[in-house]
Every structure is written in C-alpha cells, then in structure tokens.
Design a protein. Structure first.
Ligand code: UT7
Length: 327
C-alpha cells in the first residue's frame, strides 16, 4: 500500500508578462523566445506574493479540495530555490505558520528543479514507514526576485508560482507513488548557481551590490545535461517498472524548455503528445513546475484514476530524477 496523491492545489500571481512585453525593455523578441524555449508568458509576483504566501495558497487549495484542516497535516516538505529568507528559516516553517498548524514537521528540500520529485519520494517514505499519515509536498518559487532583468540569456526563461499535493496513506488500491529514481551529478555544481551570498563567497559589509548575486547559468551546458537526464530517467523508470512507452499515459516533465523535451522525446522514441507541457503559459517555475503542471492537468480533466504517470525533473546541483505514479 503506497502513499498516494489525494488532492492538488496551485497558485500563480495575477500579473502576467508576455514575451512582447519583455521585448520592450530587452533586446529579444517573441519569435526568438518561442522558437528557442516554447515559452510565451510568465507570471510575476507582487510585493505581497512571497514564496511562502504562494506555497500556502497552493497548499490551502489542496486541503480545501480534500475537505480537511491544516491541523491534520503531520509534515510539510517544500521544494524551493527562492526561499523568503537566506538559508534560514526554511520556507516550510513560514508556510506552516500561515496554514495555522503549530506542531507538524516542516523541512525545505534543496534539490532545485528536481526538488518536487525528491519530495514525493521522501514523503512516500515517511508515510510508508509510519512516521506520518498526511503530508503536504509543495513546490513554490519566486524566481522573478533572483533574476537579472537586463540579462536576456536568463530572465526570459523563468516565472513565479506554486503547486502542492496532499500525500496520504494508501487504502489498498493500486494507486500511489510506486517508486522513484533520484540522482545527482555534483561535478556540474557551477553550471547553475547563485554565486554570491553563501559562506564560500559571502557579501562583505559596505560593498556595493553588483549582479553576481543573481541566478547564473551556463545555458548550453544545462541544456545538454537536461536532454541527457530526461532520456536516462525515462528509460530507467520504464525499465525498472517493466513499462512500455504505450503503457505510459502521461509524462510530466519539469517545464524548463520545450526544445529539451522534444530532443529527449526523439532520443527515447516517445511521442511528444505523451508529455504534458505548459511552459507556454508559466515558463520555468523550477521546483513548482511539476506540481503546477499536475494541478493544471487536473483542472483540464486529464487525470483519471489508474493512469500510469512518469515525472522527470532536472536542475541545479546538478540533480535529476523521476517518479512512477499510478494515479
Ligand atoms: O531548470 C533548468 C533551467 N535551465 C534551462 O532550461 C536552460 C537550458 N538551456 C537552454 O534552454 C538554452 O541554452 C537557452 C534557451 C538558454 C539558449 O538557447 P541557445 O540555442 O543555447 O542559444 P545560445 O546561448 O547559444 O545563444 C545563441 C544566440 C546568441 O547570440 P550570438 O552570440 O550568436 O550573436 C545569444 O546572445 O542567441 C542570443 N540570445 C538571445 N537572442 C534574443 C540569447 N538569449 C537571447 C534572447 N533573445 N532572449
């Protein structure tokens, strides 16, 4: 009896910025961004829409849909690379406070765009071993606050938003998080990072802030890794579970770039229609992108009990992985 996803929630800021709008202040175009990434819009937070606030709203929606209160939650796991506070406290604790639960465990997961994939497996483990019976796994990101909006190489790629799932103990049905593959390639740690502000390169009192605290990425290097990571994870997940491509109903990848998914689909000989893609509307929301996609699919009536779903994540670390879910 595996832990299963019993409810979903999401939150995206109302403010929506199109490629054309970006092109008013940046040397770029809708045509370039769409053809290189598949991205058409992104949502951008207001001052009130903090990382914790968006995560809280997504979590509250999941709880409301299930008809339970936050006091029933035993653990909150939050994937984010845009925490409200640097290093501490964890955004999970802020979300716990906003939800009004004053006792459950709360922990942030630092696995970047693979964080939700890691979080599902961690949550499943805590439920299956009896430590918890109801867990919120949340991905929430406010990437607009860590981007250099003058750098066309990076800022066009990302957006803000949150997705949340409620994990519960299985009731004997085949539904659940069946298994996962979780990997990392630490030799690529410098391909995508925040170079400043950590203890190895801290800010110095009185210094004038430059641009090196913004998200820094070697796009081509990450692209090559991402195509390889997608290919390997999907192949290994199918092999591990004895699944053929035809038996898989949906693949829900991290929504980084349509070209990455197209290249991986071609290599693995998987029809592109099996992949659910929504980066056109939300751009890359890092740890939030997979739960946001799942919530989006549910809203469109695409998720049906018994479907076989694979997730695949990849990102800074470099981390990568995937889950096999029977919905
Ligand atoms: O969660 C994981 C997050 N990371 C990713 O998803 C990033 C993965 N990487 C990528 O998706 C791609 O590498 C990018 C979309 C970031 C870039 O695409 P590319 O085909 O690798 O372009 P490039 O970096 O090789 O640049 C090609 C040209 C350059 O001009 P020159 O030097 O050839 O004259 C860039 O300056 O495109 C230029 N360029 C742009 N032009 C218009 C780069 N960004 C832009 C832009 N608008 N926004």
């Amino acid at each position: 009896m595996n832990a299963y996803i019993s409810s979903l929630g999401h939150y995206v800021p109302e403010k929506r910025v199109s490629n054309d709008e970006l092109a008013k202040t940046l040397d770029t175009s809708d045509e370039w961004i769409r053809s290189h990434t598949g991205i058409g819009n992104r949502h951008v937070s207001s001052d009130q829409e903090t990382t914790a606030y968006m995560g809280y709203k997504a979590a509250q929606e999941a709880l409301d849909k299930r008809g339970i209160g936050a006091e029933e939650i035993d653990m909150i796991l939050v994937s984010t690379i845009t925490a409200d506070y640097h290093e501490m406290p964890g955004t999970s604790c802020l979300i716990q406070d906003l939800l009004g639960n004053s006792i459950c465990g709360a922990m942030d997961i630092k696995a970047a765009c693979s964080g939700f994939v890691y979080g599902l497996e961690l949550g499943k483990g805590l439920i299956n071993n009896g430590t918890a019976s109801k867990i919120l796994v949340i991905g929430t990101e406010r990437l607009s606050r860590v981007l250099n909006w003058k750098d066309r190489n990076n800022c066009i790629l990302f957006g803000d938003g949150a997705g949340a799932v409620l994990l519960e103990k299985g009731e004997g049905s085949p539904r659940g998080i069946i298994n996962s593959i979780l990997r990392a390639e630490g030799s690529g740690f410098d391909a995508l990072s925040h170079p400043r502000g950590g203890t190895s390169n801290p800010f110095i009192e009185g210094e004038i802030v430059g641009t090196d605290h913004y998200l820094d990425m070697d796009g081509r290097r990450v692209y090559n890794f991402a195509v390889r990571a997608n290919t390997v994870i999907l192949k290994d997940l199918m092999e591990k579970n004895g699944l053929t491509v035809d038996e898989v109903d949906w693949i829900v990848p991290h929504q980084a770039n349509r070209r990455i998914i197209e290249a991986a689909a071609k290599r693995d000989k998987i029809p592109l229609e099996k992949f659910y893609l929504n980066m056109e509307e939300f751009a890359n929301t890092s740890g939030a992108s997979i739960p946001l996609a799942l919530a989006d699919m549910e809203k469109k009536g695409l998720l049906k009990e018994g479907q076989k779903i694979l997730t695949v994540g990849f990102g800074a670390g470099l981390t990568y992985g995937g889950n096999y879910i029977i919905w």
